[in-house]
Design a protein around this ligand. Structure first.
Ligand code: ATP
Length: 439
């Protein structure tokens, strides 16, 4: 008999069906057993009359919670049952995998252990309904991103993660032995997505892992994370990239709302609101003035950058002033931007760049890139970069390369703001941090 999803049982009232899943709870009474069985699609109560089925009842008594069972039984409409107004009457049971007792982490317990402990037992933690929903939502997010790009004829690329030269600054770089020399783990696909522009692909995107040897412990950093990157040709300025990104993001959120809005409200108490377009834009000099007016002091070592506390203040300001969750912070000073960001011809200290904040959290950095070889080489020198290891990159711009721009977007940061989850570790399948390489 084929497996029936528990969520589909209502279509099978009166029939005998086969379900497979986890034993979530067992009430083992004198004459009766009441099981709650869970699969990805839902929960169902299964009832067993012990006297009528002593062998089956013995199998069930011996199965601890979170064991995996295959059950056949008749689906009965029963309005007084809380779980969907139906139940199953057991006909046969098979214990496929017995769970040890006690569980190190009970996915159905009301009290959750601390996050670090839950990371140790992540596969059990992931059995919780909130987590299942989160990854269903993330799947929709990824699908929607791709849909949007594919519709616009973007090309999906997979760039190498083993590099001979660092693509960004030397800081936060993982180095590893590579035969008789050194290799580096990619901190971003930056150089290679720009190569797509030089290769004649009008739009490229990549969704893949990147690595940052950041030793800090924050609620928003990981040493390995999924970066969502795009680059588009023939932009006139970073404004074209922002205009593209906001449409892309609104589309993604619209898809999430359609597919999961109600369930997200029920499980996370988060309202999925499709943001209005355009998103507010604030230049960095305006942002610093706003922070000053709000009495927020950015730590002096930031040198024109904003710290997380400042981002939150801006996020709150934008919510109050524009009733918007998103804001583009534009026109960053060259000191805090990489050499490949294009600068204004009439204001060479300012880059044609932006960050996108969502609910006061940075989720994106983007810019128009410098595509003119001479300018780019000069900017690299000015930042003190040795050309030799990046000459292969500079060469991309020597033989015809369209003006272009793009952005990098942190998938897990986005999940945090989408579902109002305060810690990035909750949003990722398996967290990697300075002290975590397992499981
Ligand atoms: P931050 O200032 O928060 O450290 P960043 O300026 O180093 O971020 P970028 O290099 O611009 O970040 O990376 C692009 C995007 O990737 C960020 O906007 C963010 O969404 C995400 N991101 C960056 N670093 C991390 C990290 N360590 N863990 C998870 N996501 C990250």
């Amino acid at each position: 008999m084929e497996r029936t999803q528990i969520g589909d049982l209502r279509k099978h009232i009166g029939e005998t069906v086969r379900i497979q899943g986890w034993l979530q709870t067992l009430r083992d009474q004198k004459k009766m057993q009441f099981l709650v069985v869970r699969d990805m699609s839902g929960l169902v109560q299964v009832v067993v009359e012990k006297a009528a089925m002593p062998d089956e009842a013995a199998v069930i008594s011996g199965a601890n919670v979170e064991s995996v069972l295959t059950i056949t039984g008749k689906v009965i409409d029963n309005p007084i049952v809380k779980l969907g107004g139906l139940e199953m009457q057991l006909e046969s049971v098979r214990l496929d995998s017995k769970a040890d007792a006690p569980l190190p982490l009970d996915p159905s317990a009301a009290d959750l252990p601390a996050i670090d402990y839950r990371q140790d037992w992540r596969f059990l933690d992931l059995r919780r309904a909130e987590n299942l929903l989160m990854f269903k939502v993330q799947t929709t997010v990824l699908m929607a991103m791709r849909e949007f790009w594919v519709k616009d004829n973007f090309i999906e690329i997979q760039s190498p993660k083993l590099l001979g030269a660092p693509s960004e600054s030397g800081a936060e770089l993982f180095e590893l032995p590579y035969f008789d020399r050194k290799a580096y783990l990619a901190q971003s696909p930056q150089f290679y997505k720009q190569m797509g522009m030089a290769a004649g692909f009008d739009g490229v995107f990549e969704i893949g892992p990147v690595f940052r040897a950041d030793p800090s412990f924050t609620s928003r950093h990981m040493t390995e994370f999924t970066s969502v990157d795009m680059e588009m040709a023939y932009v006139e300025s970073h404004e074209d990239v922002m205009a593209y990104q906001e449409k892309w993001l609104a589309y993604i959120i619209q898809r999430v709302k359609e597919a999961h809005g109600e369930e997200i409200k029920a499980r996370f108490n988060a309202d999925i609101e499709v943001p209005s377009l355009p998103f507010p834009r604030i230049t960095m000099s305006e942002a610093l003035a706003i922070l000053k007016a709000e009495g927020y002091q950015v730590p002096p070592e930031k040198k024109g950058d904003i710290d997380p506390g400042g981002e939150r203040v801006i996020g709150k300001y934008v919510k109050e002033k524009f009733n918007h969750d998103f804001v583009f912070l534009t026109d960053w000073p060259i000191a805090v931007r990489p050499f490949y960001h294009m600068r204004y011809a009439d204001a060479p200290g300012i880059t044609k760049s932006f960050d996108l904040l969502g609910k006061g959290l940075e989720i994106t950095t983007g810019a128009q890139r410098e595509h003119r070889y001479e300018m780019l080489a000069e900017q690299a020198s000015e930042k003190g970069l040795n050309h030799e290891p990046i000459q292969f990159y500079l060469d991309f711009f020597k033989f015809g390369c369209p003006p272009h721009g793009g952005f990098g977007f942190g998938l897990s940061r986005f999940m945090m703001i989408l579902l109002d989850i305060p810690n990035i570790r909750e949003t990722v399948y398996l967290f990697r941090g300075p002290t975590r390489l397992n499981p």
